[in-house]
Design a protein. Structure first.
Length: 274
C-alpha cells in the first residue's frame, strides 16, 4: 500500500542486520598471546566462560589435553590457587602424567610431573616470600618468580604461567609493586633471549571473607588487580582474568570449585595451543 515506506523499512532491517552480523555474529579468533587486560573481559553461560574479544577453546577429554601439551614444558609459579591447576592436570591426566617422587610430604612442595611418551613436563612451584602462613616458609630452594624465570632458557616448547596476589595482601603495597616490576623485567629478559616462549599470567580472584577481614578483603585484591594491569601493560603475554571470571561465576571462594578451575585451565590451554 505504501511501497516507499515498505522499501525503507526493508532497507533499515537489512542495514541493522548487517551491522549486527558484523559486530556480533562474526566468528571470533581464538584467544592468543599479546592482548592487554580489559574490562569487562567476558561473561558466563551454563558454567562456561566466554571471553569478549576472542574464543576460548574447551578441552573435555584427557586425549585433548595430551594433544595440546605434547612436546611442551609447562612451568607454573604461584600459590595454592595455581596449585589447583596442577591438581587439575594430575587428576585429568593421571593415566599418562606421572609425578616424580621428591621425598617431600607437604602440599606446598615442588611438583614435577612427566609424560615420557609425549615428552611433556608440568612443574608447579610456590612463589617466593612473602607468605602469610608459616606452613609455606622455607629456606630450601626458595626463589622468587623473577629468579625462576631467569633460570629458564626458553624456546618454542616452553610455557610459563604465574600468579602472585593473595599472600601479598598482608603486607605493604610497595612489596607487591616491586615484585611485579621485577617480574616484568624478567619477562622482558626472557623474551630477548627467547621470543618464542609463551607467558600466561593469572590475575587476582575474589574470595570469601571468613576471617582476617581487614587484610584479606577483596578491596586489596582489586587494588592488586588494578596495579597488575598498569605494571604489566604492553607485555607480549596472555592473561587469565581471574577477577572477572570469579565475579561472573559468583564463586566467593578463594579456592573456587573444579567447574571454575576447568575454565581457567581451558583459557590457559587456548593460549598454549593457538
Amino acid at each position: 500500500m505504501y511501497p516507499f515506506v515498505s522499501e525503507l523499512h526493508i532497507c533499515n532491517i537489512y542495514t541493522v542486520s548487517s551491522i549486527y552480523k558484523d559486530s556480533h555474529l562474526e566468528k571470533k579468533k581464538n584467544c592468543t598471546i599479546g592482548n592487554d587486560l580489559e574490562y569487562p573481559s567476558g561473561h558466563v553461560k551454563e558454567e562456561i566462560w566466554y571471553p569478549k574479544a576472542c574464543t576460548m577453546k574447551t578441552y573435555h577429554s584427557p586425549e585433548e589435553l595430551n594433544e595440546c601439551l605434547q612436546g611442551k614444558f609447562l612451568y607454573m609459579y604461584g600459590d595454592s590457587t595455581v596449585h589447583q591447576w596442577m591438581a587439575y592436570f594430575e587428576g585429568k591426566l593421571q593415566k599418562t602424567l606421572k609425578p616424580l617422587n621428591l621425598y617431600v610430604n607437604a602440599w606446598a612442595h615442588t611438583h614435577i610431573n612427566v609424560d615420557i611418551e609425549r615428552n611433556i613436563q608440568v612443574v608447579w612451584k610456590r612463589h617466593g616470600r612473602p607468605f602469610a602462613y608459616s606452613d609455606f616458609l622455607t629456606v630450601r630452594e626458595e626463589h622468587s618468580i623473577p629468579r625462576e624465570i631467569d633460570f629458564i632458557g626458553g624456546n618454542g616448547h616452553t610455557v610459563i604461567a604465574l600468579y602472585i596476589g593473595v599472600h601479598f595482601r598482608f603486607f605493604p603495597i610497595h612489596h607487591f609493586i616491586r615484585r611485579l616490576l621485577n617480574i616484568r623485567r624478567a619477562i622482558e629478559r626472557l623474551h630477548l633471549r627467547s621470543p618464542q616462549t609463551k607467558v600466561i599470567i593469572k590475575t587476582e580472584n575474589t574470595g570469601e571473607m571468613i576471617n582476617e577481614f581487614e587484610m584479606l578483603t577483596d578491596f586489596h585484591g582489586y587494588v592488586h588487580y588494578s596495579i597488575m594491569e598498569i605494571v604489566l601493560k604492553g607485555l607480549n603475554v596472555g592473561f587469565v582474568n581471574g577477577w572477572d571470571m570469579t565475579t561472573a561465576f559468583n564463586t566467593n571462594q578463594i579456592h573456587p570449585p573444579e567447574s571454575f578451575i576447568r575454565n581457567e585451565v581451558n583459557m590457559l590451554m587456548t593460549y598454549i595451543c593457538t
